[in-house]
Ligand binder design. Sequence first.
Ligand SMILES: [Zn+2]
Ligand SMILES: [Zn+2]
Length: 318
Amino acid sequence: MSDAERPSAIGQALLAISDQWTLLILQRAFLLHTRRFADWRDQLGMSESVLANRLKELVAGELLRPEPYREAGRARTEYLLTERAIELWPMLVEIWSWERRWVPRRHSLPELVHETCGSRTDVELGCASCGRAPVTARDTETVRAAATFAQVTVPRHHRRTVRGEAERDPLSYLPDTFELLGDRWSTVILAAAFLGMRRFADFQSELGVAPSVLSNRLRRFTELGVLAVEEPGARPRYRLTGKGLDFFGIFAFVVEWAQAWYTGPPNTDLRVTHRACGQPFRPCLRCRSCGRAISRTEVHFVVPEVLPERRLPLAGTA
Ligand SMILES: [Zn+2]
Ligand SMILES: [Zn+2]
């Protein structure tokens, strides 16, 4: 692919993960160490063709690694998270935390245990460059190069969305995140809002998004309480609500991961700076109970109905 056709690092990352089924497949691999076709199919109620298609994409995108095994004398394949995929763990924990803060639901969410201090806890966003926490969107400054969002939404085959049953499943704690991160246009529009875009015409000209797609996403974001309309009328202005601004933590982990694992053409990076230290903002998660930075191998989720006594660390490495 030539530079002109290649999306930015963030664009490539969104092509790899910005899909509802893909996020659920990865989430099950992290939480339950799922690695076999039939297990994902049964846990998620997915059709075999959609699952086969997503697994193929995840392998091609180097997020899952196929590994042969034998069962009842037959050669079969299981799929393990690659190092690249495992580094998505703080994004998944931050998604859990954001959903817990902002999305009311009928069933309780899994609980996060920090083994270092023994607490059932929550996380807060910190800056790994200077060690300060908490850090919010307002404590940072994001600058993008002109072409950051070019080619992000190259056409792909039809995306099938996840059915509503996921809502009843205590492990499927992503309902609002799906709408923001499970669709590339949505994520890009939200990113543009973080960069200060406010008006319909600005989103449209900056992102090259079709007006119908843009108005559909802006309306949905307003319904979800992520954006609020200021100055309604012919030229409405949109602003991020508290819920929308708080999604910054997830956004920051996506940006960090994208720029660590993908290379875009020159001049397509996004730079997030932590104002307090003046250094690049490197997001990290701190335990709200003990204040220490958490690492993947020191936390696990407890899901009373599903994982009563099991202590599974995040991510299913062999
Ligand atoms: Zn800092
Ligand atoms: Zn702790």
